[in-house]
Design a protein around this ligand. Structure first.
Ligand code: ADP
Length: 653
């Protein structure tokens, strides 16, 4: 502020003429140079005599606007009243007021000031008394104080132990209350002690290595073991950081220590739970395997003998009765298979072999299988040409199982003269395979129920036989292959089921090894060893083989006897059941394949224990093929025709 710009002040003595005017200018310069806001007021009426440069700039006022006026000219009415009350108190006492912190509205918004007022009396020629107010902006300092206080609280009340160590990390300098509490000490007992003392002796070398790592990398988290004052130890989780100055020099180590006792015990509980879950899964797997065996064995007998009866001349009534037995038996078999499959998928027991599958191949195979049913129902198959170019990531057999179910439904719930169309289209990273029919359609609002097990949506009494499990199994299979399945009512007629699977690269299909059998069945000759402990099953195979008069069969109801007979008679084929009283099926197979006398003899596994993984293992071990029980008589005959020499073939040598 320059004296020339300044208007004539109210009554300040320095503004008088002569030497006193010089003094006044000097006084103005001094006041302007003070690095805080300075207000000079006439103590008698609290009107402004002067206001320094910093105050003018901070509050955005000009001197002429305020000199001779009260605080109302500068501040809001409330602020002005408060300031005047403070002023009066100091003037009345004629003293130096205490420092008070006040919030003032400034050009930069609300700011905090430390204000001190000084009442001065007896200035010569001037007002009998002058009030000086000095206000220093402390906003930043106050914020810093608030932040520091906040961090102090965080530090003080943190549940984790926080400790600040010397730069080399060797001594404990500062710590929060949680830290000594965790170790059973008082703060005073730990301050200045070596950091290593708080760790169990056996982990100290490791802690030193970890702290060295912190020195190099700036931060590291590790697990360790702390030592309490009473000598007991407990697991801890440590997070250590280097505290650096502006130049990047490490001046301290900050270490946060968390008592990990609970975490560790939770981890142990989780491990125990996982172990228990795995054990339960194994138990479930064994249960499934046994269930499969127990249910299929009697069914094997029912279906097997019914099929044998069918091969004979029967009158109409007998044919019908046998038909009923077979139909009911197959229904039961479908139920068992589907229920077991769902259970396997749900328990993660289903072994899937995911590969690139050509949708066209799968659809063609299923169409071929379903053609007789479609013909019988008068339903026409159609395929969108696009499906030639679709390859998906799937288990070939399981994809066919899903398509078989959707296409069978599309035929069964269709109308005579209807159509069923399979189409295929890319959708993002997936391929959507849709099966659309022109049938009776899904009842309105029932799409959710479609995939629920055993819900046949009221079709129980209808002529279409079913288990109500097909769609729920399809859903489980598709999801196990990483895909989705959905259904919708078509706007016009029928319904569409869509399976979405991950698209895959095109691969040149290696066609599945199709088993070649002669259409006509020339007589076979040879010797079969049947190792089976169930007499009824044995009888069944015996009756089937009665159709091949040149084939002789020797029974063995125990594995060891079977092995002996195999060595003695060198049969042309061995049919081996897996559940034998004296040796396991695997072991029997292994011995047959390892013995020089028997290793060349083809072995067919016949078992009700139909888990695919087990059968796969046995094939890997060296079994030639397998028959799942209930035995499909035609399949057994086909295998015999394939593996035994024709009757008219010359004996070698
Ligand atoms: P199932 O066919 O053995 O009864 P699914 O689980 O395959 O068992 O199907 C469940 C039910 O969904 C069927 O009973 C039928 O009511 C209905 N459904 C399935 N597919 C179709 C379809 N294409 N058209 C009409 N209804 C269908």
């Amino acid at each position: 502020m320059s004296a020339t710009r300044r208007p004539e002040p109210k009554r300040l003595p320095a503004r008088q003429s002569g030497s006193s005017s010089k003094q006044g200018e000097f006084l103005d310069l001094v006041i302007d140079a003070i690095p805080c806001m300075v207000f000079v007021k006439d103590a008698s009426d609290l009107t402004y005599v002067s206001i320094n440069r910093l105050a003018r700039e901070t509050l955005g006022v000009r001197e002429a606007e305020v000199v001779g006026k009260t605080d109302l000219a500068v501040f809001s009415p409330e602020e002005a009243l408060r300031i005047q009350a403070d002023d009066r108190r100091v003037v009345e006492l004629g003293t130096v007021g205490a420092v008070l912190e006040e919030r003032l509205e400034t050009k930069r918004g609300i700011r905090w000031f430390a204000t001190r007022k000084v009442a001065v009396t007896g200035i010569q020629g001037g007002p009998s008394s002058v009030l000086f107010t000095f206000s220093e902006d402390i906003t930043e300092r106050k914020e810093l104080r608030t932040t520091a206080a906040m961090w102090d609280q965080v530090f003080r009340y943190a549940e984790r132990g926080i400790v600040v160590g010397s730069p080399n990390g060797h001594t404990l300098e500062m710590m929060n209350p949680a830290f000594p509490l965790m170790l059973g000490y008082e703060i005073e007992e730990l301050a200045g002690t070596p950091l290593m003392d708080i760790f169990a002796p056996e982990v100290r070398a490791n802690v030193a290595a970890m702290l060295e790592l912190v020195r190099r990398t700036g931060q590291h988290t590790f697990e360790s073991t702390c030592l309490r004052k009473n000598g007991t130890t407990f697991p801890v989780l440590i997070d250590a950081t280097s505290v650096k100055d502006a130049k990047g020099h490490v001046h301290h180590r900050a270490i946060r220590i968390q008592d990990a006792t609970l975490l560790k015990s939770a981890e142990n509980v989780l491990l125990a739970d996982r172990f228990e879950a795995e054990r339960a899964n194994q138990a479930k797997s064994i249960f499934l395997s046994r269930m499969s065996h127990e249910l299929r064995t009697p069914l094997n007998v029912i279906l097997g003998f019914a099929q044998v009866m069918q091969l004979d001349e029967l009158n109409d009534l007998q044919t019908e009765s046998v038909g009923h037995i077979l139909q009911a038996g197959r229904h039961l078999l479908a139920l068992i298979d589907e229920a077991l499959d769902i259970s396997r998928v749900e328990s993660g027991q289903l072994a899937l072999s995911l590969e690139s599958v050509n949708v066209k191949d799968a659809v063609d195979e299923v169409f071929a299988l379903m053609q007789p049913l479609a013909d019988a129902k008068g339903v026409r198959f159609m395929a969108d040409a696009n499906h030639n170019h679709c390859f998906v990531v799937a288990d070939r057999q399981r994809l066919k199982q899903v398509l078989l179910n959707l296409i069978a439904n599309g035929v069964n719930y269709n109308v005579p003269g209807g159509t069923l169309e399979v189409s295929c289209a890319p959708a993002g990273t997936c391929i959507e395979i849709s099966v659309a029919d022109t049938g009776i359609g899904i009842p309105e609002h029932s799409t959710d129920r479609l995939f629920a097990p055993f819900d046949r949506l009221g079709k129980e009494g209808s002529e279409v036989e079913g288990t109500g499990l097909g769609l729920s199994l399809s859903k489980a299979l598709v999801e196990a292959m990483g895909g989705t399945i959905s259904a919708k009512r078509n706007a016009d007629v029928g319904s569409t089921f869509t399976v979405s699977l991950k698209a895959s690269e095109r691969v040149d299909a290696s066609p599945p090894l199709a088993r070649e059998t002669s259409g006509s069945t020339p007589g076979r000759k040879g010797l079969i060893l049947h190792i089976e402990n169930n007499l009824v099953n044995f009888r069944l195979v015996e009756q089937v083989l009665a159709r091949r008069p040149g084939v002789r069969i020797i029974p063995a109801m125990q594995a060891r006897l079977g092995l002996q007979l195999a060595r003695d008679h060198r049969p042309d084929l061995i049919i081996l059941d897996l559940h034998l009283p004296d040796l396991s099926g695997e072991e029997t197979l292994r011995r047959l394949l390892n013995s020089p006398e028997t290793k060349g003899i083809p072995v067919i596994i016949a078992s009700a224990d139909a888990t695919p993984r087990r059968l796969e293992q046995l094939l890997k071990l060296g079994a030639r093929d397998y028959l799942t029980k209930p035995i499909d008589v035609r399949q057994l005959l086909k295998l015999i025709d394939e593996l035994l020499p024709a009757q008219d073939q010359q004996e070698p040598g």
